[in-house]
Structures are given as C-alpha cells and as structure tokens.
Design a protein around this ligand. Structure first.
Ligand code: AMP
Length: 710
C-alpha cells in the first residue's frame, strides 16, 4: 500500500486503517505522521533496526501464487472516501512483461522515476527497470514537481524512457531553455487526452517515439497503447489492447457497439484487478461477469469511459459517463470533494464542478451556507490532497435547479477569480511589484493584489512551480515550492524573497568599479532611451521633472551649494552620451561647479505670480535635453516671496528614475541642513490637504498625457 507522505495526515491514516497492513515501512522523520496507529512500524533509517539481525538469504516464499496481492492503490471515491484497488501479481507481471517486450526496455535504458507512489504509473516506473536491468533515475519529490528541473535532470541523466501526463509534458517542454533538446527514446503519455500538437512539440524537441497509454488503475496501469505517428494531425487514438488484455465497446444493453458507434469501454483479461478492498458492493457494480471470455469466473471492468472503434482498428477515447474528472492528469471524483465539504458544519448544500473558463481546467465549489472560502479551504485540506482542493469557492443563496428538480450544472456561474476591487492592495515595494507581475502572468489575471492568496486566485501546484522558476530567473534565488504553500500572498512571499536575497548576497561576485578613463558602454535601458531620442530628437517624453514648493526662509546660496555637491557626488548627473563611430558611449565630465539660476517673481501680483510659476514649471518640464552635449540635470529656483520658493529640477530618464529621485531628495534635505548650519534649515515639505481633488505632479501629468495619446 504505497503512501505518499505529502498527502494530508487524515487521508494517510484513513488508508492505513482501511487496509490494515501487517507492518508500516517508513523513515524516522515521518514516524510522527503515523503516531498512535495500531500498526507496527519498521524505520529503515533506525540506528539499530531489529531486521538487521535477520538472515541475508532470500526469504522462503513457497506457496506464493500469481493470485496473491501485489499492491493496493487508493483512488478517489465518489461517495466521499478513497477506495483501494487490489491488484494481483499476475496482472503486474503481465504488464511488466508486455512493456519490456513491446518497447525493448533493457540494460541500455535509463528510466525516469517521477510519479508519486500514490498513482499506479509509479508501479511500472519501479518494476520495469528492476525486472529488465535498466537504470532507474529517481527524482527528489521537490524536483518531481518542477518542470524545469525534470527537463534538466532528463538531459543530464540521459533518460531514455519516461512517462508524463500531457499537462506536465507541456510544462516540461515549455520550461526548457530555448532550443534545449529533450532526448528520450520513448515518451509515454497517459492519464488524460493527448493533444496532437503536443506530440509534434515533443518530437521537435528530440523525443524518439511518443506513445499514448490508456488505462484505469482497476485494469493495472495500462489497457491500451498507441504509438503516435508523426504529423498526421489527428487527435491520437488510445490504440489497441496491451498483451493479454481485451477491450470491448458496449452499448447500454451490454452488446458490442458497431465500429464508429460510441459505447462504454470495458476491459477484460490479465490486467483486471481483484476489486476494491472491503467494498464488495462497489466491486460487483464495476467488475461485471465477462460474457465474452472462456475463462470461468472472468470479469470485465466497466471503466465509465466512452469510446469507439475507428475503422483502422484503433480505439478512440471520448470522455466520461459520470462525474469522474481529470485535472492535470489527476483522477478526481467530484462527489468526494462534495462529501468533504458537506462535513463542514456551515455548509448546507454544495456542488463541485471542473470548469475550463480561462484556458485552464479548475475545480470550483459552489456552496450554500455561511462558511467563508478560507475556512472551507482549510477544512478540505485536512482530508483531500492538494490537487483535489477547489481553486475557487462560490457562495450561492441556493443551487440552481432544472424544471424537474435536478441540479442545473450549466446554470452555475463562472467564478470571479480576478482581484476584487475592495480587496485590492497595490504592491508597495519593487519586489512586491515584480512578484505581483509574475503572479498575474502565471494566473492569467490582469492584476494581483499583495494580500490575496495564490490558491484563491486559481493557483495550483503546477502553476506554483512556474512562479518558483520565474522567481529563480528574475531574483536569482532558489525559492522552495513549499514557500508558496506556507505564505500564499505576494506580501508574504516578498518577505521571503528579500530574506533569501540578503542571505544569498555573499555568493555574488563583488561589484568592482571600472576605470573611468575610456569610453563606457550604455546599459540596455539607456541604449533604448538613446535610440528613442534618436528617432524623435527634441522630444520631452523622457524628461523627469519635479517642482518643490519650499516655504519659510531659504538660503539660496546654500541651496545652490547643496545641489552642486549632489552633482559632484553623482557621476550620472555629469554624464553625457555622445556618439562614437555610430554608437553611443557614456562620458563622465569632471565636476566643474554648479549654478542655480534664480528668477524673481516676487514683484508680480498674486494671480500673475501663480500663473508664472505654473508656466515656468511647464516650460522646464518640456524643455528638451541634448543627450550628447548635456547637462542632463537642470535646476532653477523661482523666488515667489520672501518665504516662498519653488525649486524646479529636471533630468533626462537616461540618468535617473523613480528610485534615484528619492536618493536625490534625501541627500538634498541632508546637505541643505548641514550647509545652512544654525541659520535656517530647508523646511520640510508640507503635505497638501488630502480633501477634494489634487493636482497631478508634472511627472504624473506627463504619463497621463502619454496614456491619452496612445
Ligand atoms: P487512473 O486510474 O488514475 O489511471 O485514471 C484512469 C482514467 O483516466 C481513465 O478511465 C480515463 O478516463 C483517463 N485516461 C487515462 N489514460 C487516458 C488517455 N490516454 N486518454 C484519455 N483519457 C485517459
């Protein structure tokens, strides 16, 4: 009974109680998860395990037959509890022998072991290499969820045989660096319909053969297989039965449907499981007598899948007859999620749906009752694995019904995943801003507030890996996937990223100043601005102007000295961008003093004065810079009255940005204080009253205007 420790403890305990195994083989680090259960535990990493004293010879196993149980794997159960599928040795041996022979798997192969032990694809990933002498490459559980790591390990480890569900294959192909190959002799795909374009993409990446595998857990991993031919553009078939398996397409009366007529797929033969552990009724319902076989007592498994035979003798998959769905390849009974929700005291009624609204299939829960989404999410997490936790919870006054009183699934509204206006908190730091951008991109939302939960916005583990890999590229930190589950908001993640960046700083090479003697290259952002300036010389679009109103007594000479000191301190403010041989270079001029022109407007009448201030500020803001001659930093002081001045500063964006404006303002305040000594201080900026409408800053006005134009 394979148990994935990533499952919720409640679910693991249920599986242990339900299967009542003779012993639990585990590791000391996991012992706590299973504490209090009535199962003897064997800790493989215990310092002096009791079994170390046992004989080294093979155990005597006379009496074992092909009818003994090989494994029990739990799958989602529609009535609210997972059900254990019992598979015999006969069935597993049949699958292993078929796979090894059909694909010539042997000692020269390296098989990727990636699937969680909770799913039966992991069974062949373990047994086929062990039985054929192939090398087995095990991924860590963290890497197994990370499409980029999977691709990398496959190439580095020389993997020749692997299996993915199509959703993950898409992610692995998408996460590769441009042009990087995915060399693999055989790529098995299964668990959900395989898009034809994906087959082409995999082949283009260097995959030898893409094989579509179909089969329920109840018929031992795979029932049919189909090597996808190159470029025939059709939706791949699920193919023909594997060795010693038989597949029937039966109509409602249990009669074989003619070719191209749709029916329910039934599987017979060596792969048919023994049944569901401890569920005789359910077993009888799904495993029915086989009227076509000649073995006495043989049964067929009714898959609940719709399909038909194509004229070429291959089978086609056409969906489900019931509410079992596949989300990212995970098999889910929607009824199990509904049952878990109904256990919450504040839920009166509910319905759960798999919907595809924004190009992504998601589980959505519709709930009648007082419970809030956060509480419900926490509640279902206690018993359901992550892939079964709904992405969205929609509160309804009542469930919509059809005229004859049944739930009207089509009338259930699409969930509102976008950030709601009242909840939206805008990013407050550069890291938050970048993270919010990454989330919006990954979740395909227009914007993301920093206090909203990734999972409430429709995030799931595969999308979380995309966030993690984007964070790695953008910030250069190895954020663990766990981090997103521990702190699911942009704000929380930003704290984490900033901590990691600080912690990881020493590994960065030290920043060493380059010689200032020769021509210096431009940064990419500067090059872009230089180029735009070339296209539209004399444009003021990239001017960064500010106007500060300074109240109180002002020492104009001290202000001039302070500005001069800033220009002396900052090379950027002394830099120009002349052209040398057709390309721009940066030239830093030595400091040659700084003059602050003063214009006296104090003689004008009050109304004229204000008009003159606005006019001059506008002129300064619009005056073009000459990038090659400079200066690219200008200042002017308007004397409005004895205790009233306006300082106008403008810079070209090529030497400044929002961040440097902050630096400039801080330094100016500090310097002005030092320079004026005891006599007076640069007065603090008085905030304007916040009532009513506020005028825009010049920089805002400029951006508003550009937005109007384009
Ligand atoms: P599981 O028991 O988790 O392997 O899920 C089995 C179910 O997944 C089948 O009954 C189908 O509904 C679906 N399935 C498996 N393989 C394929 C495939 N190649 N194409 C379409 N659906 C598939």
């Amino acid at each position: 009974v394979p148990l994935d420790p990533a499952y919720p403890a409640d679910r693991l305990r249920y599986m242990l109680e339900d299967s009542a195994p003779a012993a639990l083989v585990t590791q000391s680090s996991l012992a706590g998860t299973f504490a209090g259960l009535d199962v003897p535990a064997v800790e493989l990493d215990a310092p002096a395990p009791a079994w170390a004293e046992g004989p080294e010879t093979n155990p005597a196993c006379a009496g074992l037959t092909p009818d003994h149980l090989a494994y029990v794997i739990y799958t989602s159960g529609s009535t609210g509890r997972p059900k254990g599928v019992m598979v015999d040795h006969r069935s597993l041996v049949n699958h292993t022998a078929w796979q090894a022979a059909a694909f010539g798997i042997g000692a020269r192969d390296t098989v990727l072991q990636r699937t969680s032990v909770s799913f039966d694809a992991s069974v062949w990933e373990l047994w086929t290499p062990l039985a054929t002498g192939a090398r087995m490459l095990l991924l860590s559980s963290a890497a197994a969820k990370d499409p980029e790591a999977i691709g990398r390990v496959m190439v580095e480890g020389g993997v020749t045989v692997a299996q993915f569900v199509p959703t993950l294959l898409q992610a692995v192909l998408g996460a590769r660096p441009a042009g990087a190959p995915l060399l693999c002799r055989i790529l098995f795909c299964g668990g959900e319909p395989l898009p034809p374009a994906l087959v082409e993409e995999a082949r283009a990446a260097g995959v030898g053969e893409v094989v579509n595998l179909y089969g329920p857990t109840e018929a031992t991993i795979d029932s049919t297989w189909h090597p996808c031919p190159a470029g025939d553009g059709r939706a791949p078939a699920i193919g023909r039965p594997v060795a010693n398996a038989r597949v029937y397409v039966l109509d409602a009366r249990g009669e074989p449907a003619p070719v191209v007529v749709v029916g329910e797929l039934h599987v017979g033969g060596a792969g048919v499981a023994r049944g569901y552990l401890g569920r005789a009724g359910l077993t009888a319902e799904r495993f029915v007598p086989d009227p076509f076989g000649d073995e006495p007592g043989a049964r067929l498994y009714r898959t609940g899948d719709l399909g038909r035979w194509r004229a070429d003798g291959t089978l086609e998959f056409l969906g489900r007859t019931d509410f079992q769905v596949k989300i990212r390849g995970f098999r889910i009974e929607l009824g199990e999620i509904e049952a878990a929700l109904l256990e919450h005291e504040a839920v009166r009624e509910c319905a759960v749906l798999a919907r595809e609204d924004a190009g992504e299939k998601r589980v959505v829960a519709y709930v009648v009752g007082e419970a809030r989404a956060e509480a419900l999410r926490a509640h279902v997490r206690r018993s359901l694995p992550e892939y079964m936790v709904p992405s969205a919870f929609v509160a309804l006054d009542r469930l919509p019904l059809t005229p004859n009183g049944k739930l009207d699934r089509r009338a259930l509204p699409a969930p509102e995943l976008a950030s709601a206006e009242e909840k939206y908190v805008a990013p407050r730091t550069p890291v938050e801003e970048v993270l919010a951008g990454i989330w919006a991109e990954v979740l395909r939302l227009e914007r993301v507030g920093v206090t909203e939960s990734f999972f409430e916005l429709g995030g799931h583990s595969l999308l979380a890996t995309r966030v993690v890999s984007r964070v790695r590229t953008v910030f250069g930190v190895e954020l663990p996937l766990r981090a997103l589950f521990e702190g699911a908001t942009v704000a929380e993640l930003a704290v984490r990223v900033e901590e990691m960046r600080r912690a990881e700083l020493p590994v960065l090479p030290p920043v060493v100043p380059v010689e200032r003697t020769g021509a210096l290259p431009l940064s990419f952002a500067q090059e872009r601005l230089w180029f735009i300036d070339r296209l539209e010389p004399g444009s003021a679009v990239y001017n960064v102007p500010v106007a500060w109103r300074l109240g109180g007594a002002l020492d104009e000479a001290a202000l001039e000295r302070a500005l001069g000191e800033i220009v002396r301190r900052h090379e950027a403010l002394r830099t120009t961008f002349p052209e040398v041989d057709g390309s721009p270079v940066q030239v830093i001029a030595p400091f040659g003093g700084f003059a602050l022109p003063v214009e006296d407007l104090s003689g004008l009448g009050e109304a004229e004065r204000e008009a003159a201030v606005r006019r001059r500020a506008g002129e300064e803001a619009r005056r073009a810079f000459d990038l090659s001659a400079g200066p690219l930093f200008r200042a002017a002081l308007l004397r409005v009255g004895a205790e009233d001045h306006v300082l106008l500063l403008s810079m070209h964006h090529i030497v400044s940005d929002g961040w440097s404006m902050g630096v400039l303002f801080r330094e100016l305040s500090a310097l002005a204080r030092d320079l004026v000594g005891d006599r007076s201080e640069l007065p603090p900026i008085e905030p304007a009253a916040r009532e009513g409408r506020l005028p825009l800053s010049f920089a805002q006005e400029r951006l508003w205007f550009i937005d109007r134009v384009e």
